[in-house]
Design a protein around this ligand. Structure first.
Ligand code: SAM
Length: 228
């Protein structure tokens, strides 16, 4: 799969730096920022989860979306969180222990090249990624990986930040500033905008909802049946 011509991409150097910063700095303070919690709740709502569902959460970080998923799937459901940062996963582990959850598993791995254990445990009933794809240099690859492990007819939700378009573009420098600490750049937000506008095309019954005036989006839809 190739990145379409003209789409801004994040450099490998930038991705490595972001990985390091998540591991050693952001993980220590991530759960202090609560501003985006309602956005995560809104994203989970779009999953339309049922009791007993098995959910995969890409780029789960410290698991801020887990409580909303848990309240829908109940103790018979399962969550598998995938993230490549040890620091973020350590905080997620703490959250799991503090809540006494026994139905949440974590796997360390890159969501663009999923570990075998994650693929072997597929299919999942639903898949979500909040605030992850915008800092990945190949978001379309991670999106494809998510579609590969969610069953046909299962729900997929991506919620993320992106750049403004049209007249509001004038606000982009400020918008970039607000998410700089999370590894986003002008380029990554522009890439994310393209993703928001094009990714629904590959989902069934897709919906694209804009938040915060068009600087955040939630794409939701149904995973097509596997071909062949
Ligand atoms: C802003 S946090 C989002 C965490 C969580 N989903 C939330 O909404 O609070 C982004 C997360 O993406 C993870 N991440 C970035 N690129 C990744 C990759 N290629 N594979 C797995 N995790 C990745 C980072 O380690 C970080 O934990």
């Amino acid at each position: 799969m190739t990145t379409p011509a003209g789409v801004p991409t994040i450099s490998a150097k930038r991705v490595r730096l972001s990985h390091f910063i998540y591991d050693h700095i952001i993980s220590k303070v991530y759960d202090l920022q609560l501003l985006m919690i309602p956005f995560k709740r809104a994203a989970v709502n779009e999953l339309e989860l049922k009791r007993g569902d098995h959910v995969i959460a890409f780029c789960c970080g410290t698991g801020q979306e887990f409580p909303f998923i848990q309240s829908r799937i109940g103790p018979t459901g399962e969550i598998l969180g995938v993230d490549w940062s040890d620091g973020m996963l350590e905080q997620a582990r703490r959250r799991i222990v503090n809540n006494g959850w026994t139905n949440v598993k974590l796997v360390k791995g890159d969501v663009t090249t999923l570990p075998d254990s994650v693929v072997e445990a597929a299919p999942y009933d639903a898949g979500i990624c909040t605030l992850g794809l915008s800092i990945i240099s190949r978001p379309e690859k991670a999106f494809q990986a998510l579609k590969n492990v969610v069953r046909g007819g299962g729900r997929i939700v991506i919620g993320d930040v992106c750049s403004f378009s049209g007249l509001k573009s004038i606000l982009n420098p400020l918008n970039t500033l607000t998410v700089l600490t999370f590894g986003n750049t002008r380029r990554s937000l522009a890439q994310s905008r393209v993703f928001a506008e094009t990714s629904p095309l590959s989902l069934l019954d897709a919906k694209l909802k804009w938040h915060l005036g068009g600087s955040r989006y939630i794409v939701s839809g149904t995973c097509p049946m596997p071909s062949g």
